[in-house]
Design a protein around this ligand. Sequence first.
Ligand code: CO8
Length: 265
Amino acid sequence: MDESLETVLVAFDEDRGVGTLTMHRPDALNALNAQLRADIVAGLELLEERNEETDGVALRAVVLEGAGEKAFCAGADVGGFSDESAGGSSARSHYDVIREFPAPVVAKIDGYCLGGGLETALACDFRLASEGSTFGFPEVSLGILPGAGGVQYVSKLASPAVAKELAMTGDHISATRADEEGIINHVYADDEFDDAVDEFVTDLAGQAPLAVQAIKQSADMAVHSGLEEGIAYDYQLFKRLLETEDHAEGAAAFAEDREPEFDGK
Ligand code: CO8
């Protein structure tokens, strides 16, 4: 399956169950306008339809990347900047759709990752970056703040001091610093980047998909709840997973000393 929306390319690798969305406005460094935001949502919906063709889980992981050599995404489109183009419309924003998407979404960051582009990456489950990538919140230079939770995320992942530094100065930081601060998961040498991301995603896509979905919900819960409430929630997820065929398969594979084959049932 290879489909082109106006500003997003959609691909699906059936063997691995991996979908790829490529934000495709390279001349504007993949800046988010209303069309691109809508196409990210539409692309995710197209990928999710793959699950309708199987009684298990066909879509195991999604990679979100930017087209061109320079940027993952340079933030909201400054040319047509408005509440609507940045994500403040009444429609469900692409940030929410990524956050709530059942399969894990991996931001593959190669180049500038700024403003709403960084917030898009922060809404993803994983952020993998090439060494030459840079991160920042330039909003303050436009007299605004990151409006899709950027300061909140960075305060939790790194610290309030790092969030304030990024958002109040508008300075860019390197991928190495972003990694040290816990804002991204991994940084890779530029010439190893594609292979390293491929390996990470293939491994992720091979895990038991219902367990992966439940872990995504659990981690989300951890951000919103107190420890006791979170543990009670996890126990409910755990009991549900005990009933799945994937659990039986994982246990059988362990006993038989072989690799498990998970169907998402
Ligand atoms: N919007 C529109 N066009 C852009 C953007 C952008 N954000 N960024 C770059 N471009 C365009 C440039 O205008 C240029 O176009 P052209 O070739 O037609 O002149 C092309 O991309 C290449 O850019 P540069 O020539 O500037 O490339 P450089 O390598 O010299 O610089 C930078 C790269 C540093 C990334 C620079 O382009 C830049 O600073 N861009 C603007 C970054 C920015 O301010 N982003 C917006 C932040 S605000 C935001 O994201 C708000 C989110 C709020 C969410 C709220 C939800 C409710």
